[in-house]
Write a protein that binds this ligand. Structure first.
Ligand SMILES: [Zn+2]
Length: 404
């Protein structure tokens, strides 16, 4: 996606301020925008005219007032284009097509037979036209594709530097997909992408500092600090699941022993439950939820233990980063109060200040929406760039990312 003008110019800054105001607050007149942001009405009109021409904003209807004509409100045109989001999991891909507010208009799940990068790219590319067709909007422009996966992703949001679950090192997945579909493609760690969606349109919309805890196959905690996702020096921030829980303890997927996720991820809880009951793979998450509902003492004790384990570790993170809220997502959220109550209690017992509220996210498609949010955030947050956006120079992008 080409953006007008130099992104460092005042005009680009004003664009971002105006779009973010409209995203947070809804439709506003030009005069209101100028008053809230503190820009001159002329500067606002200048930028809004550009945005109208590009189709990114549209003019609403005037509200008839008692004293004659009211100013015309402008709003973001969320129907302007479609975004496609893919959440890569170990054996399947959750796929959505959304509007630019990440509202799904089509969703499907495809299974993943293996992790060969070219075959994964083939599969994703083949799914795009199916999703667009399913969305029933043949004339809509495809603004881009966002892909999320568990792993460390480079700052350019193009390549997977390392993923234990996929066995990948320096895989330029965004370029592989862009070469097949010819639209901009962004790649991001799944919890980071989920956090971006929560920040833009979810539970974190009004918060500039938040933690986004994910407890599923792994455990991670993305951090939004002063309104911006914190990626760290190497894109490896938020790997909360690999903090130490027990010295020399259970083996983790990262090769080290005693990591938090080796005990308390959803997968590890199931493993420990099978060990405790002497049963096998027939015990999955639905069975664990049923056992909790029926008051099974072993299941209740195990899940409470994991809630406490995560809550205590989370308190350390809260004491360092001081978030306003913690959004919690991932499969383990479906364990409900038997998991969340001990987690909240352990958190409250160890935080320096009053513990921030922990808000569970129950939405089914939040994660695939997170992937789609990688596309839409480029419209709302021009500070973050990256992704494979210039299809004409794709050869160069492939070369540079594979060397990363
Ligand atoms: Zn680990």
């Amino acid at each position: 996606m080409k953006l007008k003008g130099d992104q460092t110019t005042a005009r680009a800054m004003n664009r971002r301020l105006i779009l973010n105001l409209l995203r947070r607050e809804g439709p506003r007149s030009r005069a209101d925008i100028a008053a809230v942001i503190g820009l001159s009405p002329a500067a606002v009109t200048f930028v809004v005219t550009d945005l109208l021409e590009e189709g990114i904003v549209l003019e609403g209807k005037t509200v008839p007032g008692l004293t004659g004509r009211r100013p015309i409100p402008v709003d973001i045109n969320y129907e302007h284009a479609l975004a496609v989001g893919f959440k890569l999991m170990v054996d399947s891909v959750e796929c959505v097509a959304t509007d630019l507010a990440t509202n799904p208009v089509a969703a499907m799940r495809v299974s993943l037979a293996g992790h060969d990068p070219d075959k994964v790219a083939d599969l994703l590319a083949a799914t795009v036209p199916e999703l667009v067709k399913l969305a029933g909007r043949p004339d809509a422009r495809l603004a881009g594709i966002g892909i999320s996966m568990p792993g460390v992703i480079n700052h350019e949001q193009t390549a997977c530097v390392r993923s234990y679950r996929f066995g990948w090192n320096n895989v330029p997945l965004a370029a592989l997909v862009a070469a097949r579909v010819h639209v901009p493609v962004w790649l991001e760690d799944d919890t980071n992408a989920y956090a971006i969606a929560q920040q833009l349109f979810g539970l974190g919309r009004q918060h500039r500092n938040m933690a986004v805890l994910a407890v599923g196959v792994g455990i991670s905690c993305a951090l939004v600090i002063d309104g911006k996702l914190y990626r760290g020096a190497n894109g490896a921030a938020g790997k909360f699941g690999h903090t130490l829980f027990e010295e020399g303890g259970r083996l983790c997927e990262c090769g080290k022993r005693g990591c938090l996720m080796a005990y308390h991820s959803e997968l590890s809880m199931l493993r420990r439950w099978r060990e405790a009951t002497g049963r096998g793979e027939e015990l999955g998450l639905p069975q664990l939820c049923e056992a909790l509902l029926s008051g099974d003492a072993t299941a209740l004790a195990l899940v409470a233990d994991s809630g406490r384990g995560i809550g205590t570790a989370l308190a350390n993170l809260v004491n360092i980063t001081d978030p306003e809220v913690i959004v919690a997502g991932g499969e383990a959220v479906s364990l409900g109060d038997p998991f969340l109550t001990p987690l909240r209690e352990a958190l409250a017992a160890r935080t320096f200040r009053t513990a921030p509220p922990l808000l569970p996210d129950w939405e089914d498609n939040s994660w695939a929406r997170g992937a789609a949010a990688l596309v839409t955030q480029k419209i709302f947050d021009f500070e973050s760039s990256g992704g494979v956006t210039d299809i004409a120079t794709l050869g160069n992008v492939r070369g540079s990312t594979s060397a990363a």
